[in-house]
Design a protein around this ligand. Structure first.
Ligand SMILES: *[C@@H]1O[C@H](CO)[C@@H](O)[C@H](O)[C@H]1NC(C)=O
Ligand SMILES: *[C@@H]1O[C@H](CO)[C@@H](O)[C@H](O)[C@H]1NC(C)=O
Ligand SMILES: *[C@@H]1O[C@H](CO)[C@@H](O)[C@H](O)[C@H]1NC(C)=O
Ligand SMILES: *[C@@H]1O[C@H](CO)[C@@H](O)[C@H](O)[C@H]1NC(C)=O
Ligand SMILES: *[C@@H]1O[C@H](CO)[C@@H](O)[C@H](O)[C@H]1NC(C)=O
Length: 466
């Protein structure tokens, strides 16, 4: 496929260049096209809320006189269904039909992987609003990739900080054997070792965790880090209940994406009661990416995060946010369009100095791509999802929220700012065991109390695996 595309490229793009330079502007504004893939169905139907959010951002950008005043951004989008096979076909359409796209915006890790790997051959920048796979943090394989969604490994520095805070020196792990958890655990293991913490037991399972849980018990694991999806989490904790691997002597730290009441959901694959499950999961700790700016600030788009949510809800026309795919990630899609617009705006001056213009972009032009890359690489603005900056691999840096299940519901116990390496603590973590309590004083800050004031629904919607 890739070979075929490459072979037919030069002749075709020559034709496109000619066509583009002839399509003379009607209203004085030249159009720049974004080629986007929004999954409306499939494993993560995130386009349902992310597409309207991106369109909101686009309307605002186009109406601003201080951003790209000579240009109008237009979105050309298809439904990838979160399926790499379907996305291959759509990518072909995006690249081989006019007009020329200046950037590609995919969502879903599997689709972003495909797009980001192919894009280098077309000198295209790729900007994803919804991909968490750690594998995408790889500048060799994906040299032009950026994402406003943080990598799943973003939490790892937070986790190590917590382990150190609680003076854990020896931990056990149990993981579901899936790429995202394996790469997350590999990264965590490296960081944990640097911090002088030992991983004494490492267990894994494909779909039935019974044996792995029994092994944890046999090897006397006490502090257990678990990495699995919600469905598997229920199976694990039903086994944990049967093996009595919970309570005073044990601490569980979960890595995954869980709904608030995941352990109460009726599941024919387990035979534990809700009461038994609730007993087994009590006290566990988990972390979550903060995707909505907890502070009331007017960022680059002059909208606060609360105003953004209100406008998005009205755009969704009364649809239930909990039943709208990608509602939680919508701020990331909105900020992705802003990151792009601000970056393109930043290139206008430098390009002019070199005798180039954005509208001269074609798939053979590396100079313009390099300029856009540089501008994206140095992004730094206040968005509705928080401060937007990318790390050296193009992944978003963001805050993580730390939660503990107390009395059957999740309580916020602190948060971590990975750009500053700063752990802020409420001091309300509770430990039934004797050995693991933390004794540091609570440290409230202004932003922390604002975090507390946020409507619970906005922060409590746990992310879906992307
Ligand atoms: C867009 O770029 C121009 C200079 O080319 C600059 O004056 C303006 O402040 C930029 N707009 C924003 C919102 O940064
Ligand atoms: C659950 O099922 C297993 C066998 O699948 C059985 O041994 C066990 O007793 C059952 N537990 C309960 C609480 O029904
Ligand atoms: C930003 O929004 C506020 C409230 O809607 C408005 O009063 C203000 O004029 C806006 N600022 C700019 C620069 O558009
Ligand atoms: C992008 O930023 C990173 C630091 O985050 C820097 O090391 C790298 O050189 C920059 N790349 C370019 C092309 O400017
Ligand atoms: C860390 O966070 C606390 C509370 O939010 C704040 O007072 C402190 O200045 C921060 N430190 C750094 C280095 O940013």
């Amino acid at each position: 496929m890739a070979g075929l595309l490459r072979r037919t490229l030069p002749r075709f793009s020559l034709t496109l260049t000619v066509l583009l330079s002839c399509s003379c502007p009607v209203l004085g504004k030249k159009k720049l096209y974004i080629g986007a893939l929004f999954p409306m169905s499939g494993g993560w139907p995130g386009g349902q809320a992310c597409l309207p959010a991106a369109q909101m951002a686009l309307d605002l950008v186009n109406s601003r006189t201080d951003i790209l005043p000579d240009y109008e951004l237009e979105l050309i989008h298809y439904d990838s269904m979160c399926d790499p096979g379907e996305a291959t076909k759509l990518l072909y359409d995006l690249l081989y039909t006019e007009p020329i796209k200046i950037v590609l915006m995919p969502g879903c890790s599997s689709v972003s992987t495909l797009v980001a790997e192919a894009a280098r051959m077309w000198n295209l920048i790729v900007l994803s609003y919804g991909s968490s796979s750690p594998a995408l943090s790889n500048r060799q394989r994906f040299p032009t990739f950026f994402r406003t969604h943080p990598s799943a490994t973003l939490h790892n520095p937070t986790r190590v900080q917590l382990f150190q805070k609680w003076k854990w020196t020896k931990i056990a792990t149990i993981q579901q054997t899936t790429e995202v958890f394996t790469s997350t655990l590999d990264d965590l293991e490296e960081r944990v070792k640097e911090a002088g913490i030992e991983i004494s037991v490492r267990q894994s399972f494909l779909s039935d965790p019974a044996v792995a849980v029994k092994n944890l018990k046999r090897q006397d694991a006490r502090i257990i880090v678990g990495l699995f999806y919600e469905t598997e989490a229920r199976k694990v904790f039903c086994e944990v209940y049967k093996e009595k691997l919970y309570g005073k002597k044990y601490v569980w730290f979960l890595i995954g994406w869980y709904a608030d009441n995941w352990f109460k959901i009726k599941d024919p694959s387990i035979n534990c009661t809700v009461e038994q499950m609730t007993e087994a999961v009590e006290g566990h700790v988990t972390t979550e990416i903060v995707m909505l700016n907890p502070e009331t600030v007017r960022g680059a788009s002059n909208l606060t995060s609360q105003e953004f949510i209100a406008q998005l809800m009205s755009k969704l026309g009364g649809k239930n946010p909990e039943e709208t795919g990608g509602f939680q990630e919508a701020p990331l899609a909105y900020d992705a369009v802003w990151a792009l617009a601000l970056a393109l705006n930043k290139t206008v001056g430098p390009l002019k100095a070199k005798g180039h213009r954005l509208e001269d972009f074609n798939y053979n032009n590396r100079d313009i791509t390099a300029e856009i890359y540089r501008a994206m690489n140095t992004s730094s603005f206040e968005g509705v999802s928080g401060h937007v900056v990318f790390d050296a691999q193009g992944s978003r840096m963001a805050w993580t929220l730390i939660e503990q299940l107390q009395g059957g519901s999740y309580k916020k116990i602190g948060y971590y700012d990975s750009t500053k390496g700063n752990l802020s603590w409420y001091g309300n973590d509770k430990w039934i065991g004797e050995a693991y309590s933390s004794s540091s004083p609570p440290s409230f800050s202004l932003s922390l109390s604002l975090l507390l004031l946020l409507p619970a629904v906005l922060l409590q919607l746990h992310p879906l695996p992307l």
